[in-house]
Design a protein around this ligand. Structure first.
Ligand SMILES: Cc1ncc(COP(=O)(O)O)c(C=O)c1O
Length: 327
């Protein structure tokens, strides 16, 4: 008999799928690493499991403990799967910017969800950064995951996502394009790929309203760059330790509207029903087309599934309310 011992054994080994229409303008082979094939429907399953296992191994997480994390949903889902299989409690702290579906899904897999306001400074006691830290200090036998600064996040992608992309492209990958939030995905994959071939170019996709691009280009953390935006999962108002700026060749910013439009095109033109940041990443590939040539192999990583955005990006009324084109 062939079976998995539990759901965690189904994490990883996601497919690489050629984009045939949505990147028509791009004169290169564009391949999407489609991470919604993971059991929690996102790439974050990989790092969630790695963070839990590393914490178990060095005693930060003890039997019967409570896992506490500030998460927009995808990391929470990965943590929930690990918590269920391994017998921990999970508290997820998130912001009111996130889609309601994400909270419902987390509650469905047994997590307690606490929602904090988005439009406060990171060091404000009401912010989700401060709240998750405070809760982890108040609850006995709890462990605060801190995906932003936890090195196991990057390590998971160095050990699994990077090697998979290298093997699936037969080492022919020339460019890797991916949205950046905590930085774990880009930094782990970049480290592995650049060790194999330092000529591989790594592009980070950022949002308007986030600090990454300017910080990478000038070294300046410019508070004036920060304002509320719609795209979920990428861009930050902090510099997480997991973003290794030395491994990133450049950042490209994508607007909220373009991210939404390309998310919908991925579904309609490729049958890839993916999340909001995936549209941003694919739109980023199109914006960067002058950097690619015919023999290039461009891999774009798609973080999560469209099912978490049915009330938003995939809803015409929501698109119109935000002034976005629905064609
Ligand atoms: C939907 C989505 N896209 C992109 C990202 C960014 O990935 P990373 O945190 O590895 O930089 C995240 C992270 O939470 C996410 O949930």
């Amino acid at each position: 008999m062939k079976f998995k011992k539990n759901i965690l054994e189904t994490i990883g080994n996601t497919p690489l799928i050629k984009l045939n229409r949505v990147t028509d303008d791009v004169d290169a082979l564009v391949l999407a690493k489609v991470e919604y094939f993971n059991p929690g429907s996102s790439v974050k399953d990989r790092m969630a499991l790695k963070m839990v296992e590393d914490a178990e191994n060095d005693g930060r997480l003890k039997p019967g403990g409570t896992i506490v994390e500030g998460t927009s949903g995808n990391t929470g889902m990965g943590l929930a799967l690990a918590a269920i299989v391994k017998g921990y409690k999970l508290i997820c702290v998130s912001t009111d910017k996130q889609s309601k579906e994400k909270f419902d899904i987390l509650r469905a897999v047994g997590a307690e969800v606490i929602v904090c306001p988005t439009n406060v400074e990171p060091d404000d006691p009401r912010s989700y950064y401060s709240t998750s830290k405070r809760i982890s200090e108040e609850i006995e036998n709890s462990w605060y995951v801190n995906q932003y600064d936890n090195p196991s996040n990057t390590e998971a992608h160095y050990l699994s996502t990077g090697p998979e992309i290298w093997e699936q492209t037969d080492g022919k990958i020339t460019h890797f394009v991916v949205g950046v939030g905590t930085g774990g995905t880009i930094s782990g994959v970049a480290r592995f790929l650049k060790e194999k071939n330092p000529n591989i170019k790594i592009w980070g996709i950022d949002t308007y309203g986030s600090v990454f691009k300017k910080f990478h280009e000038t070294g300046i953390f410019d508070k004036n760059e920060i304002y509320p935006y719609i795209t979920e999962g990428i861009g930050e108002d902090i510099i997480p330790a997991n973003v290794n700026f030395d491994l990133i060749d450049a950042f490209e910013k994508v607007t909220d509207e373009d991210a939404a439009i390309y998310t919908r095109r991925l579904a309609k033109q490729e049958g890839i029903f993916a999340g909001n940041s995936c549209g941003a990443a694919v739109r980023g590939v199109v914006q960067l087309k002058k950097h690619f040539s015919r023999n290039d192999v461009v891999v774009v990583l798609l973080h999560d599934s469209g099912s978490r955005y049915v009330g938003k990006i995939y809803n015409d009324d929501w698109m119109k309310d935000n002034g976005f084109n629905t064609n």
